[in-house]
Write a protein that binds this ligand. Structure first.
Ligand SMILES: [Zn+2]
Length: 118
């Protein structure tokens, strides 16, 4: 039987799962793509804060600037979200009992991450 604590732990594991190939684990940036829009995700071993692809960057063009921004933000948010959810580990709260509002938000986030009810 699943419990809110198990759902939170499962969401933390999902957030920390090796989702990307190792060469894509460096921070992602949004850069100008072939379409000349800021619609391309770029990963690079070389730190360069500009908006360009240095030629050695690994890139994925999304063709939608808003989507590229959203993907970059969500990838960057994975570890902070995991740490926040993990901070609830061990807290004795039950879904059918009184739950602090922020725990309800954490549970909602965990369920979205797990692909369940929103
Ligand atoms: Zn580069």
């Amino acid at each position: 039987m699943t419990t809110p604590a198990k759902e939170i732990r499962a969401a933390v594991a999902d957030l920390r799962a090796p989702l990307l190939p190792a060469y894509l684990t460096v921070p992602v940036r949004v850069v100008q793509g072939d379409s000349e829009s800021m619609d391309t995700l770029a990963w690079c071993d070389v730190h360069h804060p500009d908006d360009n692809d240095c030629g050695a960057c690994e890139t994925v063009e999304t063709l939608h600037p808003a989507l590229a921004h959203l993907i970059a933000v969500l990838l960057a948010a994975r570890e902070p979200l995991a740490a926040w959810l993990e901070s609830w580990d061990g807290v004795e709260l039950h879904e059918d009992g009184p739950m602090r509002d922020d725990f309800q938000h954490a549970l909602k986030v965990a369920r979205v991450i797990l692909g369940g009810a929103q």
